[in-house]
Design a protein around this ligand. Sequence first.
Ligand SMILES: *Cc1c(COP(=O)(O)O)cnc(C)c1O
Length: 398
Amino acid sequence: MKTMNLTENKVNKAYFGEYGGCFVPPILESKLNHLQLKFDELRKDQNFNKEYINYLKNYVGRPSPLYFAKNLSKLTGNKIYLKREDLNHTGAHKINNTIGQILVAKSMGAQEIIAETGAGQHGVASATAAALMGMKCKIFMGKVDTERQALNVVRMQLLGAEVITTHLGNGTLKDAVDAALGYYIENPDSYYLLGSAVGPHPYPQMVKFFQSIIGKEIKEQFYKLEKKLPDAIIACVGGGSNAIGAFAEFLNHDEVMLLGAEGGGTMLTAGNHAATLTLGKKMIFQGANSLCLANENGEASGSYSIAAGLDYPGIGPEHAHLKETKRATYYPISDKEAIDAYKLLSRTEGIIPAIESAHAVALALKTMNNKNKKIVINVSGRGDKDVDRLDQSVIKQN
Ligand SMILES: *Cc1c(COP(=O)(O)O)cnc(C)c1O
């Protein structure tokens, strides 16, 4: 492993402060270099952007509403708006990225796309985009995850994708990424459709670009309603794609507070949480220099969260930088706080959020009580997928 031999100009783009970069074997280096050049070209290409926006509008169903949650507002003594990414086709923000990247793959002449998935959300969004474009699709998934998420495996197969079970490691997301990277190295005609703002350059930058539609819409919609910018934007953070997408448009507006909710799990001891920004160490992990949960030997360690989408030991490099520079603040939210918020939003607004998104709702409840602020919570996805995993007695309790 070594870093890419980048020119000064490219180095600046590959890093957020000291975080980011492209730490990959030489064979991947040239592929990613090519991808970066192509993406730089496409992001400025009017026809490409037109096609992307057209799919977002007519296929995904954008713009997603910015909904004034009056019951939750009254309850918390704030004015709370919900950005409804849960209403997108396939039920979450992930489709914004998969549509964007599959158009990149198509214009690069890729023969097939490959992707990793943990809970299956990114796998389904990738298989969906592949079906739409008539492209072959292979989804890598850990053995344990294929068993926990059997329904999503069937969904991906229904959409025409091949699901490849990896027996590496613990059989979860981290191992699926390793398996996908291995395949990518050996198959030059494949395109790796990475699912979050993580990994080697240019992925963090590219995923941010495609998810920034969230923040662009928030800015416009909020301004129409309130004639100002929001006081705070709150999002959950797994790898960090929905959060960076919601934050991007506001990074230069210091008056807008940016808050991220990580998976606090059952407690903040090794193996029981996914609070990478709170407790992670600086290290190179899956292609980039960022923060990562580590054991005493400095090796990447396991994570845990009730929310599969937040259950990842790494974090996108830009979030590590935003934390260090204090432009954004990140808090662990426990499983219990997330379940309480999941139930609360369901009952007060009739909106069942993804258990991931419920972490963002919980963070609003925890830090913003009676502050009389105008807040946007990004509801990254819908929560029907989580009903089966929650203890039914917990759901019925008041
Ligand atoms: C995957 C997922 C997440 C976490 O991923 P990010 O890249 O951090 O956004 C959050 N919410 C939902 C609904 C997801 O499916």
